[in-house]
Design a protein around this ligand. Structure first.
Ligand SMILES: Cc1cc2nc3c(=O)[nH]c(=O)nc-3n(C[C@H](O)[C@H](O)[C@H](O)COP(=O)(O)O)c2cc1C
Length: 339
């Protein structure tokens, strides 16, 4: 269980905001196998306010896609206030603010992780969020900007003092990007320094590593990001592992095909055939990771129609069923390190 503000969620495992990835079909698929709380990808407040068509599509959700948090990124309190007015027309359950993104086009303009270097501005923004939403508001931060400016504790305390309901922390600095060791120590310090829930992120790649995150930091929840790509079963597998100490067998070829086909069908429904196929190609490669399917991945990458993609999924299922990776043995194949 995880409680944030006045909302309680059935599991402490949270589906990460992932830019360019965590769209409606992706979130719905993860919900089929144990995800109880998901976030939209990071959405620019500015693009929302200026009604960018692609951005407004990112707000797409439906009842089956709840509870859902909206993650907003921006740098001007007034624009964020207007974006929150737009968000009110949707049924989000939480509002998260991104103070963690390292991408140059975001942090280079004083947004995302750059706000950890300007806590005064971050404070203004967080206060504007609290003043303009009735939903529990949270903030996602990093360990700090770089190794010489680790300030996650100060930032989390600031968030708590202005009324944020929880802190999400990626235990790497902006300079590290997505590489290098996760700093479990800084997450633990943040947890000890604030009374609000702390949800940890970084290398949540397997049930064992997720347990390690809980054990070493005392965090209230863990974000599943790269570990769930092509491996939504990580949710149920981790829940099982936390309960019993046993990692369940990897999904059978049949289960793999079922989830992949459901994912493709949802993508077709929401995106239309052309875009759905383009988007699904990368998911195919993630689902196939660890299986001896290099040539198949190449042909899936060239697939131009839904029928073709469905056929490639059937072939992948056969490869998996053929016993090249016997069920219940090599959990690394599906549950192992990624990205
Ligand atoms: C491709 C990609 C896109 C991401 N997009 C977002 C995003 O939109 N918002 C966000 O807060 N974090 C984003 N992240 C960071 C993840 O949510 C997560 O904190 C990070 O990947 C560390 O977790 P992991 O090591 O378990 O993958 C992104 C990460 C990746 C790899």
């Amino acid at each position: 269980m995880l409680t944030i503000g006045n909302r309680t969620f059935e599991s402490p495992l949270v589906l990460a905001p992932l830019s360019g990835i965590s769209d409606l079909p992706y979130r719905l698929i993860n919900r089929k196998v144990g995800c109880c709380l998901a976030f939209t990808e990071m959405i620019s407040a500015h693009a929302m306010v200026y009604e960018n068509k692609k951005t407004l599509h990112m707000l797409d959700m439906d009842e089956a896609d709840r509870p859902l948090g909206l993650q907003i990124m921006g740098g001007e309190p007034d624009i964020i206030k207007r974006a929150l007015e737009i968000a009110e027309q949707h049924k989000f359950d939480l509002i998260d603010f991104n103070s963690a993104c390292p991408a140059r086009k975001v942090s280079g303009s004083g947004k995302g992780a750059a706000l950890m270097k300007d806590l005064k501005k971050l404070e203004e923004i967080l206060k504007a969020i609290i003043a303009n939403t009735d939903l529990p508001a949270t903030v996602k931060i990093r360990a700090g900007w770089d190794a010489l400016s680790i300030n996650a504790v100060e930032t989390a305390q600031l968030a708590e003092s202005v009324g944020m309901a929880a802190v999400f922390i990626h235990g790497r600095t902006k300079s590290q990007g997505y590489r290098g060791n996760v700093d479990y120590g800084i997450i633990k310090k943040v947890k000890e320094a604030v009374g609000i829930p702390v949800i940890a992120s970084g290398d949540a790649l397997s049930p064992e590593l997720i347990k390690r995150m809980f054990d070493e930091t005392g965090c209230d929840g863990v974000i599943l990001a790269r570990g769930a790509l092509g491996n939504p079963w990580l949710f149920n597998a981790t829940t099982e592992f936390l309960k019993t100490g046993i990692v369940p067998p990897r999904p059978s070829g049949t289960e793999l095909a079922e989830i992949m086909k459901a994912h493709l069908a949802l993508s077709l429904q929401t995106l239309g055939e052309r875009l759905a196929i383009v988007r699904f190609r990368k998911f195919f490669a993630w689902y196939a990771k660890g299986l001896p399917a290099k040539k198949l991945k190449d042909s899936a990458f060239r697939a131009a129609s839904a029928d073709e993609m469905y056929r490639q999924i059937d072939v992948l299922a056969e490869i998996s069923l053929a016993g090249k990776c016997p069920e219940g043995t090599s959990t690394d194949v599906i549950f192992g390190s990624r990205g």
